[in-house]
Write a protein that binds this ligand. Structure first.
Ligand code: FAD
Length: 263
């Protein structure tokens, strides 16, 4: 497989830096082709602004989604964004690796999503009508490809359990797994999460690295999270609410969007 690793940590000698190297080695040992986007090392520009749309006239009101749509349609997106889109189209699998910062991804990675996921590329794809609400959540430009998160946290696993004070990790990662990865069509694999890493030490590192190698060996075969397809009949269109008869008694919130399962 061809694998793109998008990596967000400012320090190459960090734990994340070491785990990135473990990932690359494990994937290459399996015969996969690996490309890396190292956001800090490459000085990725994280904010969307007018500079992203050189074709936009200086007296035109800047509306980001409109500018994105026009620039994608006329092939005038900036070279850094086009290069990332090309890598996404090249890759059979995408891995986003980052430390959990304030319950989410670092700003530089969010900015990669904001800029690379252009209108017409990741959203605004396909017919939008009263019968069909765009190619998304199970369909889209990146359908047929796999994606997964590799995340480190300072908090303990218990802090992210169903009764943990931070909230369940599957809920915290839902906006990324479902909103960012499933939206443009990826089959999303369960995340790799290394908890309580701040005092990891050598033995802890080796155990974590081995767990990660195992996930990389299984990248092509791991069963994806069974999210429901938006246009597969489970949702009312255009309200996009789950059909009431499909609700299971014990599923609430994000877990409603899992096919026949509870979280
Ligand atoms: C702005 C900010 C917000 C945060 N928000 C959250 C949050 O919302 N929730 C949460 O849970 N945590 C949060 N944290 C904590 C953060 O998630 C962790 O500090 C981070 O995941 C650690 O990853 P790192 O790569 O920076 O680790 P590092 O600090 O580089 O390393 C951590 C430990 O791993 C070991 N280690 C490192 N490198 C190696 C190596 N090569 N070999 C062997 N052992 C090694 C060492 O024991 C080291 O102390 C936050 C931190 C910041 C800075």
């Amino acid at each position: 497989m061809k694998v793109l690793l998008v990596y967000a940590h400012p320090e190459p000698r960090s734990l994340n830096g070491a785990l990135r190297d473990v990932t690359i080695k494990a994937l290459e040992a399996e015969g996969h082709d690996v490309r890396v986007t190292d956001l800090y090392a490459e000085g990725w520009k994280s904010e969307i602004d007018r500079a992203d749309f050189p074709a936009l006239a200086s007296d035109t009101r800047f509306k980001p989604s409109r500018a994105s749509k026009d620039a994608f349609a006329t092939d005038t997106l900036t070279a850094d964004v086009k290069a990332e889109q090309e890598k996404l189209l090249w890759a059979d699998a995408l891995i986003l690796q980052f430390p959990l910062w304030w319950y989410s991804m670092p700003a530089i990675l969010k900015g990669w999503v904001d800029r690379v996921y252009a209108y017409g590329f990741a959203y605004g794809v396909g017919e939008h009508s009263d019968k069909y609400w765009g190619k998304r959540f199970g369909e889209g430009t990146l359908a047929g490809k796999r994606a997964m998160l590799v995340v480190t946290t300072g908090g303990w696993e218990e802090h992210y359990s169903s009764r943990g004070v931070n909230g369940p990790i599957d809920d915290l990662l839902f906006p990324i797994n479902h909103g960012v990865l499933y939206y443009p069509g990826y089959d999303v694999l369960p995340p790799f999460v290394a908890y309580r890493v701040d005092g990891l030490g050598e033995a802890g590192f080796e155990a974590t690295a081995e767990r990660l190698r195992e996930r990389m060996r299984a990248l092509a075969t791991t069963t994806p999270i069974p999210y429901r397809r938006q246009n597969g009949g489970d949702y009312l269109i255009p309200t996009l609410e789950l059909r009431p008869d499909l609700e299971t008694a014990d599923a609430r919130g994000f877990a409603l969007h899992l096919n026949g399962a509870t979280q």
